[in-house]
Design a protein around this ligand. Structure first.
Ligand code: NAP
Length: 292
């Protein structure tokens, strides 16, 4: 831990609950390694008090704030500026102080892209399934559209939400082939195709570690790569099912680390090298194994 003195700056994350966040591990590691005099702490913000929390942190000259569940969309009402990509995604996870308040950004999308690149998971010209149509699925859908996926199929328990998301993405990217499918109709996909599947529901998260959004083995015979955004546990049931059917399986920890690195770079102006990013990932992986 850095020595705290009169020049120490504070960063943190707003959430509710926030007690299990791994973000302090990421940012405090980076602060120590880049020699920045800052500490990163969790802030448990009560529902209904978000705008007061945003105003208060700006008044206190806080260096930067991350925003997590359930505030990523709601926080947009309390900002004086929003980055255009964050507007498209409809969610903000990073607040950067500017004159008079904060500007909001979304580093989830870019964090996922960096993680996928490092794991050598290709998007362009791929047929991709998104499982889920909640907050993070929006960032995934925009990323896939931006990076020229050949076809995007959004699969969700509540089909209406998948349809709405597909329509919204299509409005931004009219040439992208995107459609919605009800989770209950998933067997209609089983032809000769093989897909990249991005798991963006919260199913399989601790303590429900034996659950996966789809349990039928036949689904996984059509998945060449499964990218689970869940990272607790590190070895999810979804990943296990993908791997048992000879696919490549990944969890969401690398995405978490990269979205954090991108926020850190914005707040401090430090450029985190690839080598340090890899060290940060190893550190957080070890932390997750010990504290997960
Ligand atoms: P969210 O907005 O609450 O969306 C949840 C999604 O899960 C919805 O599509 C919902 O379907 C689906 N779902 C929930 N329970 C279900 C069930 N029993 N059966 C079928 N579908 C179910 O959550 P989110 O913010 O998008 O987050 C989703 C996951 O992504 C979480 O596990 C989160 O930890 C992870 N995540 C990871 C990172 C990272 O850095 N790795 C970043 C952000 C999020 P309905 O629409 O039908 O309710």
């Amino acid at each position: 831990m850095n020595k705290i003195n009169g020049n120490t700056r504070i960063c943190g994350v707003f959430g509710n609950p926030v007690e299990h966040t791994m973000s302090p591990a990421i940012h405090n590691f980076l602060a120590e390694r880049t020699g920045q005099n800052l500490v990163y702490v969790p802030f448990h913000v009560e529902r209904g008090h978000l705008s007061e929390a945003v105003k208060g942190t700006h008044a206190m000259n806080i260096l930067g704030i991350n925003v997590t569940v359930p505030f990523k969309t709601e926080v947009m009402d309390s900002l004086c500026e929003i980055d255009s990509m964050a507007k498209k995604i409809g969610a903000v996870n990073t607040l950067v102080p500017i004159q008079g308040g904060f500007k909001g950004y979304n580093t989830d999308m870019q964090g996922l892209y960096k993680a996928m690149c490092e794991d050598q998971v290709k998007i362009s010209d791929e047929k991709v399934l998104i499982l889920g149509a909640g907050g993070v699925a929006r960032a995934v859908a925009i990323l896939l559209a931006e990076k020229n996926a050949k076809e995007i199929i959004i699969i969700n328990r509540t089909e209406e939400k998948a349809k709405n998301l597909a329509e919204e993405v299509n409005a931004f990217y009219p040439n992208v082939h995107i459609r919605a499918l009800a989770l209950s109709d998933i067997a209609s996909l089983y032809g000769n195709e093989k897909y990249l599947a991005i798991q963006a529901t919260n199913i399989g998260m601790y303590p429900n570690i034996d659950d996966a959004v789809v349990m039928e083995e036949s689904f996984y015979q059509h998945i060449h790569t499964g990218y689970d955004l869940v990272f607790n546990p590190l070895d999810t049931k979804f990943m296990q099912l993908v791997q048992q059917n000879k696919g490549r399986g990944f969890n969401g920890l690398k995405m978490l680390v990269y979205q954090g690195i991108l926020s850190y770079e914005m707040w401090t102006g430090c450029a985190i090298s690839d080598a340090l990013a890899k060290e940060a990932y190893s550190f957080v992986l070890q932390y997750a194994k010990e504290n997960g």
